[in-house]
Structures are given as C-alpha cells and as structure tokens.
Write a protein that binds this ligand. Structure first.
Ligand code: PLP
Length: 414
C-alpha cells in the first residue's frame, strides 16, 4: 500500500508520556495491557484525572445562574473551556456548542438544520463509509421530510469516488455530511476539496471529526467547514461531552434543539423567546465537569503537539501495516493512500470475534465486528473486521508483541 514512511524517529518522549496514563500499567490475564482500541475510546492522562477531581473538590456548582462564589467560578471555567476549544479549532467561542458527543452533535444539526431548511424532495449526501451516527439521523430526517438520502460511493481501497460525488451535487442538495477520517478504514478524506466542491454550489458541509480530532490539527476556517463535530472521550477527555462547531451564520439561523433552562431569554405561557447561540442549543444543566476537563485534555495534547502525535502515529501505522502484510491469508480492509492510525483486517476462514478473544487472552485490546458501519461491511461482503487503532502512547514493541500474538491466535484457529 502507498503510505509514505516518514524518516522521523523518537518524535515524542514515549517513556515519559506512558507514565502520564496510569491505566497503561494494567495487567490483563497476566500480561501487560496493550491497548489498541483507541478509535473506540482513548485512555485518560493524569492531568485529566486530576482536573476531574479538582473540579469536584474545588469548583462544583451550577453555571450561568448563581450569584455565589462557586457558581461564578464554575461559570468562568466553563466559558474559558469554550474559549480554549474554540481557539484549538480556530473558531469563535460563540460557534462552539457543548453536546454529549459526536452523535448528539450530528442529531442536533439534522434536527435543527432539517427543521429550518429541508423539505420534500430535497437531498442529503452522506458517504458509503459513514458511522451509523452519520447515517441514521439523516435517514430519520429524510423520513420526516420526505427527502432523499444520497450516498457517495467508494472504491475497493476505501477512498471516496470524487467524480461521482461531483455529479451528485445538485440544486436539490441541502447538505453534505461526511466523515473526516473513517473509523473502520482509516481513510483520511479530502475534506477541503469536499467542502470547496459543495460550496461552489452554495451547499453547506458537516464533517464528522470523531476520528480526526484526536490525531490531526483541525482548522475549521481553513477547511471552511460549516459544521464540525467530535467526541471528548476519543480525545483523552471523559465520556458524555462533545463539540459541535457551527459557523456563526448558520447557528444564528437555526431554531433551538431542545427546550428547557439555559436556552431561553424569557418565558411566558403565551410565548417564549430564545437565547443566542451557543446557549440556545444547550438546554438544561450541561456536563460542566467534562466540558472543563475537555479543555484540559486539549491543553495536554497541545503540549505534546498534534504534529508530533500525527508523525508518531503514522510511524506506528506504517510499521504495523508492513508486519501485518506478511501474514498469510490476512487482508487489510482500507488501503487508502492517506490513512489515519488504524488498521482493519480480515483473516481467511476465521471469524474476527475469535481472533479478538484470543488476543484478549494475551492482554491485547482490539475491537472486532462491524464498528457501527454495517453498510461498509456489506460493501466488502464481510461480517466484520478486527481493528487495531493506535494512539500516541502506543509503541513499536507493542506492535511486535501484537503480531506475535496474532500469529499464535491464527495458528490455533486454523
Ligand atoms: N463518528 C465516527 C467516525 C465514530 O468513530 C464514532 C464513534 O466511534 C462516532 C461518530 C460516534 O461517536 P460517539 O459515540 O462518541 O457519539
């Protein structure tokens, strides 16, 4: 496959970084844990764990409503977190909406944008490699509105067929929603080109950044994305928090998502007026702790540097790809030229779950199954894959052990 190897070595101080993640010391069935399930969720560094404790021991209070010391402190930290996340994405703070995760962010756009702009006969474009989270909300919208869901096809390597995509953009297209990085294939999609082509026809684009944000530096202005979302838990922060970036010009045009506290200006039984964005989209008490901690997680990865993270993870990808290609009967699913740090594979005649179970016995955590991309499994005519997904705390030694353990598992199952 065509992944260019980089020359850089020892890009990050692995020994010291691994010490930041206490869970990496876990023993599993008598073996040191090898955590290769980072695309499902990442592990959390000590700074994040400390920030969670600090929040509950020094700050805990509700935001935006109180006049007392703790409430002001929580509100300041919460809004500071929004600013940190905005700066990280090169956005303005009012363009950052806190959600429960990527799934909720996409549902929010499908619901609010759908309500305002999608009518009978309109078209929404997704791609063949989407996570169910970026398919089902659009399907539900299309059912409600009698709109049509269109799917950009992919080639066998797992790359979007861009010529087909160009042809699909039409005056009926209301929105394009595609993943920035595929959680199953690893493909890094040409986001800027996808957006530029849609914008030529005045069509807005949502990028699902769940698998991009932990690994790549994201500049929403440079991308010119209309909506961008990601999940905190895949980005070294806790579960239950996510980000929706929306261009100001869009967020100001969208109706509220849910009704409740925070999202209102004034309520009477006759009529309610709504808050400005982003609070208009944040009904109810938000996940204050996780919002603040997400900003800490972002500070942590910025200290290491996303460029260094991407470079090390690319080395891991190239190294593991080379090793896996040597295994007879193993087929890598997803061989795009531009790939993130995960490898899905199938082994002739062996069910992925069996491999996953035998790897677990040797201390290795991988994911098996359809990875919430059932249409993609249908495309490749396979029941599922084994997926090894790497983070910057993973090592070449872990890959060596993994390959040995995999060979052993295959030997036992053949
Ligand atoms: N989109 C992609 C590409 C994903 O990989 C995932 C999770 O695996 C999601 C969306 C959903 O993220 P969450 O479950 O954190 O909302």
């Amino acid at each position: 496959m065509g992944i260019p190897a980089t020359k850089a070595k020892n890009i990050i101080d692995l020994e010291s970084i691994r010490k930041d993640f206490p869970i990496l010391q876990t023993m599993v069935h008598g073996q040191p844990l090898i955590y290769f399930d980072n695309a499902a969720t990442s592990q959390k560094p000590e700074e994040v764990l400390k920030a969670i404790r600090e929040y509950y021991t020094e700050t805990n209070s509700n935001v935006h409503r109180g006049i007392h010391y703790l409430s002001n402190k929580a509100t300041t930290q919460f809004e500071e977190a929004r600013k940190t996340i905005a700066a990280h994405l090169n956005a303005a703070p009012e363009e950052i909406v806190f959600t429960r995760g990527t799934t909720e962010a996409i549902n929010l756009v499908a619901s609010c944008y759908g309500e305002a702009f999608v009518k009978k006969g309109d078209e929404i474009i997704v791609s063949a490699m989407e996570h169910h989270s970026n398919i089902v909300p659009w399907q539900m919208l299309c059912e409600r509105r009698k709109a049509v869901l269109k799917v950009i096809p992919i080639n066998r390597e797992g790359e979007l067929k861009m010529e087909e995509y160009k042809k699909m953009l039409s005056p009926k297209t209301r929105l394009v929603a595609v993943t920035h990085v595929s959680n199953t294939l690893g493909t890094i999609n040409p986001a800027e080109e996808i957006i530029a082509l849609a914008h030529d026809k005045d069509i807005p684009v949502l990028l699902d950044g769940a698998q991009a944000a932990p690994h790549l530096s994201i500049d929403v202005k440079k991308l010119d994305a209309d909506f961008y979302c990601f999940s905190g838990h895949k980005t070294y922060a806790p579960t239950g928090i996510g980000i929706l970036y929306g261009k100001k010009e869009w967020l100001t045009q969208l109706p509220p998502y849910q009704g409740g506290g925070e999202m209102i200006k004034e309520v009477t039984f006759e009529k309610t007026t709504y808050n400005e964005s982003p609070l208009r989209f944040e009904a109810g008490t938000p996940n204050i702790e996780a919002s603040i901690v997400l900003a800490q997680a972002i500070n942590y990865i910025n200290k290491i540097g996303l460029e260094n993270i991407a470079a090390h993870e690319h080395e891991l990808l190239v190294y593991a790809t080379g090793k896996l290609q040597e295994i007879k009967g193993l087929q890598i699913i997803g061989t795009a030229k531009n790939k993130g740090s995960l490898i899905s594979f199938a082994v002739d005649g062996i069910h992925p779950t069996d491999i996953g179970m035998l790897l677990d016995q040797q201390g290795i955590a991988v994911r098996t199954g359809h990875h919430c991309t059932q249409p993609l499994m249908n495309f490749y005519r396979i029941p599922g894959t084994v997926r090894a997904s790497f983070a910057f705390y993973n090592t070449f030694g872990e890959i060596d052990f993994f390959v040995k353990a995999l060979n052993k598992a295959i030997g036992m199952l053949k």
